[in-house]
Design a protein around this ligand. Structure first.
Ligand code: CIZ
Ligand code: SF4
Length: 365
């Protein structure tokens, strides 16, 4: 992991306004040589000073496409900055303002645990003439993206998961990690029968085959990993019922990381980008309620004064929240010096193999 930047007492003592002014001055100093990327789940004050705002893959692609920017600051969580690093050119550096901003969902799929499960799956499928394709949500470590690249697999985002599942499923089975819910919602949207969706429970190492029988594995089309995002599993159908009573006529959109009952109770399901596009197109006066990270809802509400955008409940990602004006400023102040910290490093082999998985995704979507 990168060395963590130190927040000096002098930076700590600054007011938010002073911090912002200093960040803007640093950005101006670097000009086109710096690209400041801000994820949808970040706070409004960062959105306001962003060069680009978007989802993790969109931002990583912006970094790759902007070859004049030698420094990319990614305000988001670790796996996102890693994806940006994987796609960036060799002359570019990627920085994450707080290198402790991880993602519990990504951490639920450790490379060694997934490798062990994979070996078991290959053994169980031996002689059947059929195979699993490993598919990872982009919300995963670089090591898992590389694992998929090495084993003929791919990545998906919450925007293209259904399309990619549809392409793989007629011929092959899917081994999907780390998010059970995105996998299940994608399988449901393609009418994969319930008994052909099985769950690999890695949480009890005493259980063999993730708690599954060999026949269950052989009869399955989609094998899901027991991982989740607590920000999205927080939502419930009851919250949707209550919101409908309070805001009759509102449209409710659930992120596909939500449990299937929540997706079923909502009007629509889709990625952060789908939500932003839907709100952009909605007529003035509309009320749209989002079952996703609260800052995304607040930011979209701020952007659309003629519409009301609400979060279904105040569910905040504590890891996205770890990036703030002070660690952004501290990162910018050491950038280009010999004390440069918070740079993201990914081993060259991992970059090469992870790129294969990301490129397969781009081809299929
Ligand atoms: O990939 C992303 O940025 C996330 C967290 C979800 C989405 O739906 O955009
Ligand atoms: Fe991870 Fe969920 Fe936070 Fe996204 S919202 S970074 S998936 S914990």
């Amino acid at each position: 992991m990168a060395q963590s930047v130190t927040i000096s007492d002098q930076i700590r003592a600054l007011s938010d306004e002073e911090c912002l002014e200093r960040i803007k001055a640093r950005k101006k100093q670097w000009g086109d040589r710096l690209l400041f990327l801000v994820h949808n789940y970040q706070r409004w004050e960062e959105i306001l000073i962003a060069d680009e705002v978007g989802d993790s893959l969109e931002l990583a692609r912006k970094g790759r496409d902007n070859q004049t920017a030698e420094n990319i600051v990614f305000c988001g969580v670790h796996f996102m900055a890693e994806t940006s690093r994987i796609l960036a050119g060799d002359h570019q550096k990627v920085f994450l303002p707080n290198h402790y901003a991880g993602c519990p969902m990504a951490d639920m799929a450790e490379e060694s645990t997934v490798e062990e499960a994979w070996e078991e799956l290959c053994r169980v499928m031996q002689g059947t003439g059929e195979k699993f394709v490993p598919v990872t949500y982009v919300n995963s470590t670089a090591a898992l993206k590389a694992f998929c690249g090495r084993h003929g697999g791919t990545c998906v985002t919450s925007s293209n998961a259904k399309k990619i599942f549809e392409k793989i499923l007629p011929e092959n089975r899917i081994f999907f990690f780390p998010d059970e819910h995105l996998g299940r919602n994608s399988a449901n949207s393609l009418d994969v029968p319930r008994d052909e969706q099985v769950l690999w429970d890695w949480t009890n190492p005493a259980e063999e085959l993730g708690g599954l029988a060999e026949d269950q594995i052989r009869n399955s089309r989609v094998l899901l990993w027991k991982g989740y995002c607590h920000v999205h599993t927080h939502f419930s159908p009851l919250m949707i019922q209550e919101a409908r009573k309070q805001y009759p006529g509102a449209v409710i959109i659930a992120h596909p990381e939500c449990p299937e009952e929540v997706v079923a109770a909502a009007d629509l399901a889709g990625s952060t980008k789908l939500m932003a596009d839907y709100i952009e197109e909605a007529p003035a006066g509309s009320t749209i309620i989002l079952a996703t990270e609260i800052n995304h809802a607040k930011n979209l509400d701020n952007l659309h004064a003629d519409k009301k955008v609400l979060g279904l409940s105040r569910s905040l990602c504590p890891n996205q929240y770890k990036v703030n004006l002070r660690n952004i400023l501290a990162t910018l102040e050491v950038m280009g010096t010999s004390d440069e910290a918070n740079e993201i490093h990914v081993p060259a082999d991992t970059v090469r193999e992870a790129r294969i998985a990301l490129e397969r995704m781009l081809e299929m979507s």
